[in-house]
Design a binder for this molecule. Structure first.
Ligand code: SF4
Ligand code: SF4
Length: 418
């Protein structure tokens, strides 16, 4: 039954009278037997944070005086290759380009597009190297103030649900789905996804989160511009764009994997409660969201199932660092493996992603974290595996959802029809 329109919700938002609940608050109320009614809540806020390989950015970068070169043939930003064009910018001294979040620096595999995007949003100086079609080499340094356009486009963000991964073989497997090569046979488990908080888990047919919807991408107001690549009715995802100049550096960055650097993003979306059916979808519980366990070698060989209550229930958001236990090893395996570079001699809690790799790796328990384990059936036997790497960050997702909730309650985020 129709309860209200978006216009009526927006009027309440502008008057500071909208009732907003997060998707996790709704799920908790349902668990406690207190299902909210559509009459009582106007907006549900949702979100997710994780590795999102479909992330790219479009830049317009001035590199020399007009007339200095005809057009660019290749370009590097901090050693990360971009693709010049599509506009050639003939004789303008500037380069239009697309840079992938998954591109790797030519200087080594500890740096790539995701790290570059974070550095740009942070306002750091970026080294630009251009080779022109006539062979001239131009070097320059820019920061976000100099860059005319810095527009992020996520071609495939915030999948409704994901797979998880194990290695059934006795050889380590290199993959983007773990911070290091995943050891086997059946030594550990990795996964992505924020379960009942995820936007499309709460709006699985994209009834209210759809092309034209306003969302937060890495803290900036952006828009859903359609369904993302590989989106299907069963596993939808979103194509989203936002201006990087409005982003908060905390919500995006690089994440080093066994197959090189990747990129992570955070997305938050508001669901207007227009009728009972829309609200009912948000009653989803982690225990009811199935997580297929697949062979990391091919991704499609489903070996069993677990669920999001198993992977997030009772898990710590972040590790605890115990410096008194650190033995200053010759080679610190935590420093080597930490995918975001959050640990050098101290733990940078803002940079930390909560993946759990430090607690899994340190031989002296200088890091502790309850990452949990999963149990599932394969053929006729039951297997219990430690979670060695979480590729989604529930803490950042919760923080961005809290930010969106605050903006709506303060009348700073108005919903739009789609
Ligand atoms: S591996 Fe652990 S004990 Fe060794 S230096 Fe690193 S944090 Fe310290
Ligand atoms: S949980 Fe540990 S390994 Fe993962 S990002 Fe944080 S400090 Fe690094």
């Amino acid at each position: 039954m129709k309860i209200r329109t978006i216009e009526e919700i927006n009027n309440k938002i502008k008057d500071g009278e909208a009732t907003v609940l997060t998707a996790e608050e709704v799920s908790k109320l349902v668990r406690e037997g207190n299902k909210p009614k559509a009459e009582d809540v106007d907006v549900i806020t949702t979100g997710t944070c994780g590795i999102m390989s479909g992330t790219a950015a479009i830049f317009h970068v001035p590199v020399a005086e007009p007339g200095a070169f005809k057009k660019a043939k290749s370009v590097l930003l901090n050693g990360v290759p971009g693709f010049p064009g599509p506009c050639p910018n003939e004789w303008l001294g500037s380069v239009d380009m697309i840079v992938y979040g998954t591109s790797h620096s030519i200087h080594g595999n500890r740096y790539g597009g995701g790290f570059l995007f974070k550095d740009i949003v942070s306002g750091k100086d970026i080294e630009v190297e251009v080779e022109s079609t006539n062979g001239e080499k131009i070097k320059s340094t820019v920061n976000i103030e100099d860059i005319g356009t810095a527009q992020m486009i996520g071609t495939r963000l915030a999948f409704k649900n994901y797979n998880s991964f194990v290695n059934p073989t006795d050889k380590p497997v290199s993959s983007i789905f773990n911070a290091i090569d995943l050891e086997g046979p059946f030594k550990g488990f990795t996964f992505s996804g924020c379960g009942e908080l995820n936007p499309l888990q709460n709006d699985p047919i994209m009834k209210t989160i759809c092309a034209g919807s306003k969302v937060l991408l890495n803290g900036a107001e952006g828009y859903v511009i359609g369904r993302g690549t590989r989106s299907s009715d069963e596993k939808p995802n979103m194509m989203i764009t936002a201006d990087m100049k409005d982003m908060d550096t905390h919500y995006l960055g690089g994440f080093k994997t066994g197959a090189g650097p990747e990129v992570f993003d955070s997305v938050a979306a508001a669901i207007p409660v227009l009728d009972d059916e829309i609200l009912k979808e948000t009653f989803i519980q982690n225990k009811d969201i199935k997580l297929p366990v697949t062979d990391i070698r091919g991704r499609h060989n489903v070996l069993g199932f677990t669920d999001y209550d198993d992977v997030w229930g009772g898990a710590d958001e972040r590790p605890v660092y115990h410096p008194e236990r650190c033995l200053n090893c010759d080679v610190c395996i935590v420093r080597e493996r930490c995918p975001t570079g959050a640990y050098s001699d101290t733990l940078n809690t803002r940079r930390c992603f909560g993946c759990g790799m430090c607690a899994y790796s340190c031989p002296n328990a200088a890091f502790t974290m309850e990452s949990g384990s999963v149990q599932f059936e394969i053929k006729d036997r039951s297997i219990e595996l430690p979670i060695v790497c979480r590729q989604s960050d529930i803490k950042r997702a919760r923080e961005l959802v809290a930010e969106l909730t605050k903006r709506i309650e303060n009348g700073e985020f108005i919903l739009n029809e789609c």
